[in-house]
Each structure stands twice: as structure tokens, then as C-alpha cells.
Design a protein around this ligand. Structure first.
Ligand code: EPZ
Length: 421
């Protein structure tokens, strides 16, 4: 269903919001339930399109799943396939994680090459090269990638700290004959969350959060609990998205279930723009009542740098911030799809290679715009809340892939936003 958001701008957002579980933690954790047959209760799992797509794949592979409120219960004991069909792969490219978990479980995996998307070609060469270095046989055909064998263990170094490749290789190495050390790993909090899940499941994985991860090879037999519970990490990108909406509308809000330390670069950028932020425990309070200032130059980088998943939301804020801002997108090659849509609302943005140069103006005017990808779509919703007049954001299915009831959450903060169609 395509779906549209209808937004009335100009209302300062105020109130309290509890941050949900992280999409980018739930997806690898769900894939990891395949590594060893057991019953997994995964709490704080967001009810979003990508999670439902991953759930469908797990069921296809032979797992049983059911929901109890925000907990998905996955019984992976019945997994009896190792091929992920094309139609399910195309639903959600992150199913590439299943290569690692299927190799850990049964030593074989066949996936369809995950397609690119609106933000970039999304290659998986680092995943494939890592698996080959670990001793797996790879047959990379035009559309399919077949992978089988046993991890021999050893030390491998990633050419780039890819989040997905780090997670995939962590899982593939679990059933190794020998131990594995992965160097130049991604250090995102979601990697640490996957490690936490794997250790709760009985595996021995150490070092996540640093650039070097150690995985003890267990062969094919890994003792572990028949049933376990796990609570997903909070979604720092969802938190940053809502905070951007509060800042952009000159509001004030308290965010529960979010630790400042996993989003410090974002919060420091917001403070540079004039937001007043209080951090206490797993609560962050943000207030922004006057016109924002430009943050100057912001470059997206691997964690703990400024996250690429917050770049579109920041761009929207900068359209009304005083001064000239340069945002350099270093992670994905075409993650400025929202620029033309923001321009329809009066934003003054020039793209020059990897750089977006944003000249802060005084107002945005409501318009009819189109969501072209997940975070760009969320950025347009924020723009609609900041603009004068009415905005329609079309193709909100992109947004529903990664945000659970975004319109409902914004309404609890006083935003005027309805979904129709
Ligand atoms: C994860 O994607 C996230 N997705 C992305 O979030 C996030 O933007 C990204 O990490 C960076 O933080 C999930 O966790 C499900 P990468 P991933 O591998 O794993 C290149 C969102 O909006 N690369 O770190 O695909 C790649 O093309 C999504 O929630 C290779 O060249 O990110 C990109 O330019 C978007 N070869 C860069 O590395 C490879 O084999 C970063 O990719 C793998 C990646």
C-alpha cells in the first residue's frame, strides 16, 4: 500500500516519547536466531516492514514465529532450508545477513544478490571476500551467490568497516573449526547488540564495539539454552529523527529509553545548532525555541562519527538554520534523493559531488512531495512539520519500512499528521 501523510506545519512539538527497539539491531538478531536451533524471545522488536520481511524469510526457512505485543518469539529448531528465494530477498536487502547464519547452522547458503536501492549500489564484495578468506567456497553467479563449507578460522581484515559484513562474518565464523579474528570491524552499537545476543545464545564472541572481534569456533555443536530472552538495543536513529522534528519546530521534549552515549555526535551537532540538551540515565531532554544556527560542515562517517542515517534529517533542519551548511555524504554514493523534494518546499540546496551546500532561509512552504527512501522520507515529514501550510508526503511505505507508526508518535508530541490512502 503506497499511503500518504497529510501534515500541517508550524506547531512546536512538545511532550514525551519512548524510543523503540532498533531496526538495525533487530534485523541481524533475527537472522542470528538461525545460527542455532532454539526458541528466542526477542523483546522491544519494532513492528516495521523490514522486520516483517525478515520474519517471512525465517518462516520460509522453516522457523516458527509469533508476536506477543512488542516481542517476537522465533523457534528456529525447524529450520530445514538454506536457500533464500529471490522474491523474499528483493523484499529486503538485509537478508544478506542470512548467509552468515545459515553457514553457521548448516554450512551452506544460497541467496539472491541483494539489489541496490535509492541510496546506492550496495555491493557485498566485502562480505564475499571475508567468507572466502574464512575458507568457504563461493560460487558467485549473475543473480545468485552459493556459499558452502566450514570456516577454518584465522585472521581477516576488512577493507572497509562495513556494518553488514562485520555482522555476517561474525555469524559465519561461529561454527568454525578454528577461532576467527576480524580486524577493521565496524564499531556501531548494533554490532555490540548482536554480540550480546550471540553470547546469550551460548556462543563466545568478544570485542564488538572495537575494531577487532574474536569469535570462538564451536564446530557444529554449540551448547546453549533451549529457550532465551533478549531485549533489542534502542533505536538511536529513530531518536535522532524525532529530536530533529522537535528542534525544527522549536519545541521541547523528553525522550525515554535512549542513552546519550550511543548518539553523542548527533547530540553535539544539535547543540552546535542551538539546541539545549540534558542527558540523564537513559533519558535525553531536548529544547529548541529560537532559530537554529548552521552547524558549519558535517561529514557522515562510520560510528562514532555523524551517522549517514541522520544526514537527510539534518539537511532538513539546515534549510531553516541561520548561515551556510555543508554536509558531506561519505558513506553512500547517492543519498541526496530528498534534495529535490525539499527544493519543492523552497529549500536552497546545491549538490556538488559528495557535498550538499544548504543556504538557510527563513521559511519552508508546504507542498506535495514524494518519499524516495527511508530516511529521506522521514526528512520530508520533518520538513512538513516545519513548513508553513500543508504538506503531503507520498509513498510512505518507504518510511513504514523502518519507523513503527511514525505519524502516531509525532501526534503524541502534538504534530498535526494524518495518514490516508
Ligand atoms: C547498515 O547498512 C545499515 N543497515 C544502514 O542503515 C546504515 O546506513 C549502514 O549500515 C551504515 O551505518 C542495517 O544495519 C540493516 P555498510 P550496510 O556495509 O550494512 C559499502 C537505514 O537507513 N560496502 O556499512 O549495508 C556500501 O556500499 C540503513 O537504516 C561495500 O562497498 O552498510 C556503503 O557505501 C541504510 N561493499 C558503505 O560500504 C560491501 O561488501 C557502508 O556500507 C559492503 C558495503
Amino acid at each position: 500500500m503506497l499511503g500518504n501523510f497529510y501534515i500541517e506545519g508550524g506547531v512546536p512539538l512538545r511532550g514525551e516519547y519512548r524510543v523503540k527497539g532498533a531496526k538495525n539491531s533487530a534485523l541481524p538478531v533475527m537472522a542470528a536466531t538461525v545460527c542455532r536451533g532454539a526458541v528466542y524471545e526477542v523483546y522491544d522488536c519494532p513492528r516495521i516492514g523490514d522486520v516483517f520481511a525478515m520474519e517471512e524469510i525465517l518462516r520460509y526457512l522453516g522457523a516458527h514465529t509469533r508476536w506477543e505485543n512488542d516481542c517476537i518469539i522465533i523457534d528456529s529448531r525447524g529450520v530445514n532450508k538454506y536457500t533464500v528465494p529471490e522474491d523474499l530477498m528483493s523484499e529486503m536487502r538485509s537478508s544478506v545477513f542470512l548467509m552468515g547464519s545459515l553457514l553457521a547452522r548448516c554450512g551452506e547458503a544460497v541467496i539472491h544478490r541483494p539489489g541496490g536501492c535509492n541510496i546506492g549500489s550496495r555491493p557485498i564484495d566485502i562480505h564475499v571476500s571475508g567468507l572466502e578468506q574464512l575458507g568457504f567456497e563461493i560460487e558467485a553467479e549473475q543473480e545468485k551467490i552459493r556459499c558452502k563449507g566450514t570456516c577454518r578460522g584465522g585472521k581477516i581484515t576488512l577493507t572497509y568497516p562495513s556494518v553488514g559484513a562485520t555482522e555476517n562474518l561474525m555469524m559465519a565464523a561461529l561454527s568454525g573449526k578454528g577461532d576467527t579474528i576480524i580486524e577493521n570491524c565496524a564499531t556501531e552499537p548494533e554490532i555490540s547488540d548482536l554480540q550480546g545476543f550471540l553470547r546469550t545464545a551460548g556462543f563466545q564472541v568478544f570485542g564488538a564495539g572495537t575494531d577487532t572481534i574474536f569469535i570462538k569456533g564451536t564446530g557444529r555443536s554449540c551448547p546453549g539454552p533451549e529457550q532465551m530472552m533478549y531485549f533489542i538495543l534502542e533505536d538511536r536513529i529513530e531518536a535522532a529523527t524525532y529530536m530533529s522534528a522537535v528542534m525544527g519546530t522549536g519545541g521541547k521534549a523528553v525522550f525515554r529509553n535512549v542513552r546519550a552515549e550511543i548518539m553523542e555526535k548527533v547530540l553535539c551537532t544539535f547543540e552546535k545548532m542551538g539546541a539545549v540538551i540534558r542527558r540523564y540515565g537513559n533519558t535525553v531532554e531536548i529544547q529548541s525555541t529560537k532559530r537554529l544556527k548552521s552547524p558549519g560542515m558535517v561529514i557522515t562517517q562510520p560510528y562514532p562519527g555523524f551517522p549517514t542515517d541522520c544526514q537527510p534529517q539534518l539537511m532538513t533542519l539546515c534549510t531553516l538554520a541561520k548561515g551556510l551548511t555543508t554536509i558531506r555524504e561519505e558513506i553512500f554514493e547517492s543519498r541526496f534523493t530528498h534534495k529535490n523534494e525539499l527544493a519543492k518546499m523552497g529549500a536552497d540546496i546545491e549538490i556538488c559531488g559528495k557535498n550538499a551546500i544548504i543556504k538557510g532561509s527563513s521559511t519552508l512552504r508546504g507542498a506535495e512531495v514524494e518519499a524516495l527512501d527511508l530516511r529521506g522520507g522521514a526528512a520530508l515529514v520533518i520538513a512538513g512539520l516545519m513548513a508553513e501550510g500543508s504538506t503531503v508526503v507520498r509513498n510512505t511505505f518507504h518510511i513504514q519500512r523502518g519507523y513503527e507508526e511514525l505519524e502516531k508518535g509525532l501526534r503524541t508530541l502534538g504534530g498535526i499528521i494524518e495518514t490516508k490512502g
